[in-house]
Design a binder for this molecule. Sequence first.
Ligand code: CO8
Length: 257
Amino acid sequence: MGFIDYEVDGQVGIITINRPKALNALNSEVLKDLDATIDAVDLDAIRCLIITGAGEKSFVAGADIGEMSTLTKAEGEAFGKVGNDVFRKIETLPIPVIAAINGFALGGGCEISMSCDIRLCSENAVFGQPEVGLGITPGFGGTQRLARIVGPGKAKQLIYTARNIKAAEAYRIGLVNEVYPLEELMPQAKKMAKGIAKNAPIAVRACKKAINEGLEVGMDEAIVIEEKLFGSCFETEDQKYGMAFFLDKNKEKVKEP
Ligand code: CO8
């Protein structure tokens, strides 16, 4: 679909942002295509999604600076909302989303990766929020998600200095979960996605919901969110099968759902 490629590998969907001439920078067209691609993911069949960038140099080099350069205040807000709506859709998608970061993840590129559940990157990856160097703030959720992921102190340092960091530092501060040689990035992302897809899908979705929604409220309320989701698992075949399988000495007898 336009600037986005979508392929399915078993129960894993792979979205590739494909605008290599501009290092996969996000303009309005890319964001529109990305939104439509996410809407088209078959959530009955796909259990985990991977988002990556085309080529070997860049994941996403940010929002499109050319497109942003002439925006008015109202247009800037509207452009920010388009990105925020798509990224929030990724963040609240019922299934887990893995960012496979294959190079530059700057500005909007770092921001889209932070809307994913898990960030894996290649050794050549570079992260940063360079916006204040361009006279703007991060506009696709960077001030909020970076502070939540690495803590406000590190987030403020990175955002105020606009300094880019390499994969090893991103790993050290907890911005990425794992770092791989570039050629191993996609195989490892697929391996992790397939591993997630093997687990009970309703339980995996419930975990994502519990973590995301729990982080937005106080602990008393958060723990109730978990209790309710935990309780709802006891109405699933996966729970009945999973526990019966563990308990049964003759595993052949237990029928898989
Ligand atoms: N926007 C538009 N075009 C871009 C972008 C971008 N973000 N990044 C790279 N390109 C283009 C270049 O203009 C160049 O095009 P051309 O070949 O036509 O000249 C092509 O991609 C290749 O780039 P370079 O020649 O610059 O490649 P280098 O290897 O020399 O450098 C860098 C790679 C370091 C990634 C460099 O391209 C760069 O610094 N890019 C800009 C990175 C950046 O500042 N990103 C943040 C943008 S701001 C942002 O994302 C805010 C998000 C919130 C928006 C909210 C809106 C309201």
